[in-house]
Design a protein around this ligand. Structure first.
Ligand SMILES: Nc1ncnc2c1ncn2[C@@H]1O[C@H](COP(=O)(O)OP(=O)(O)OP(=O)(O)O)[C@@H](O)[C@H]1O
Length: 344
């Protein structure tokens, strides 16, 4: 479902702005602080339900008490998102083709591929960032994954709370070990399957972006073991976890590295190589989602062109040309089929 236009009111620095989007690629240009990322953020809220960068209260234009997004799609579908905030309470509503909801139901979410400059810290940042990358990817692809993940996290909080108590028994821990092993199995096996899939393509896609035939592989440190074996591992760690006061094993502790020509990319990849690697992942994510989910993803690329030469900028827009893509940049580029919009 392609977006035809979007109007935002009292949204960050925008009082009232409307932009018409191209069916394929739209490039939004403007000076730093002109409100480019805010436009991507508004689109993201309209198709995913919440912002990728902050709470609704922070989005309302300073000095106001509400924001509003009107978004129109092809085939006359429309959504109106209103957020009202006063001292007593806040209220967010989604009007989807005339039906009012308090949140965006998952069947109305449209898959999105988002590149934000923070993604460049994927290799060097915390393990949590890397786990989030895998989990966000899998959540959009498989709705059951997000259920397993939230049940796992809930059980983890319960087990950790118990571990902080004095004299906790093995019997008290057992039900939580059982639940954790159940969901740990699904989370770990989905992540391993995804990484195998990425590994099959990453070298080739990276070569398309960089023009270089580097050897690239993701190595994940979670093991492919059965639920029963996982349960035994949680039980085996009861004692140690009691001493430390938290759960020391499970997918919430897993991590992965990129092997770049046999070495850890985090130690050796240049800034350009790092960016090309992240973009290769975004390419794979887009095509993977498009294959699995019955709705075509929308691609939002924030400040993606920095440090890329003209050829790579063109290649990037061409690669995403079968999806509706909205790109922000401080500079306009002339590529066939790309609509340029200048924010002032
Ligand atoms: N709630 C708010 N009310 C008013 N202005 C805000 C609010 N939140 C952020 N801003 C301002 O909005 C402006 C636009 O921010 P945005 O991140 O969209 O800019 P940008 O064009 O993407 O900038 P850059 O090119 O530097 O990434 C910034 O100057 C920011 O300080």
């Amino acid at each position: 479902m392609n977006i035809t236009n979007i109007r935002i009111q009292n949204f960050r620095s925008h009082t009232d702005a409307t932009i018409e989007l191209n069916k394929k690629s739209t490039l939004i240009t403007g000076k730093n602080g002109s409100g480019k990322t805010s436009l991507l953020e508004a689109i993201y809220i309209a198709i995913q339900g919440s912002s990728f960068r902050s709470s609704d209260d922070e989005i309302i234009k300073y000095g106001n008490s509400w924001y509003r997004i009107d978004i129109n799609f092809e085939d006359d579908h429309k959504r109106i998102i209103k957020f009202d905030s006063n001292k007593k309470q806040s209220r967010k509503t989604f009007d989807i083709d005339g039906i009012k909801k308090n949140r965006l139901p998952s069947n109305y979410k449209i898959p999105v591929i988002l590149f934000e400059p923070e993604d460049l810290q994927l290799l060097s940042g915390s393990p949590n960032r890397r786990r989030n990358f895998l989990d966000k990817f899998l959540t959009q692809a498989y709705p059951s994954f997000s259920i397993s993940l939230s049940r796992y996290n809930k059980a983890l909080r319960h087990r950790n709370a118990l571990l902080k108590q004095d004299n906790v028994t093995e019997d008290q821990l057992f039900p939580w070990n059982l639940i954790l092993s159940e969901y740990a199995y699904e989370i770990t096996s989905r992540r391993i399957e995804l990484i195998k899939n990425i590994n099959k393509q990453i070298k080739e896609i990276y070569k398309q972006i960089s023009g270089v035939n580097d050897d690239i592989e993701i190595i994940y440190n979670g093991k492919e073991i059965t639920k029963q074996e996982l349960l035994q591992e949680f039980i085996k760690n009861n004692q140690c976890d009691k001493i430390l006061g938290y759960t020391t094993i499970g997918p919430h502790r897993h991590d992965f590295i990129f092997k770049f020509n046999g070495r850890n990319a985090c130690d050796i990849a240049s800034r350009g190589e790092n960016r090309s690697l992240i973009l290769a992942l975004k390419f794979i994510e887009t095509d993977f989602l498009a294959d699995i989910v019955d709705k075509k993803p929308i691609v939002l690329l924030d400040d993606v062109f920095s440090e890329l030469d003209k050829n790579r900028q063109k290649l990037l827009t061409t690669h995403f040309s079968s999806y509706q893509t909205i790109i922000t940049s401080t500079e306009a580029i002339e590529v066939k089929g790309v609509k340029n919009i200048l924010l002032s």
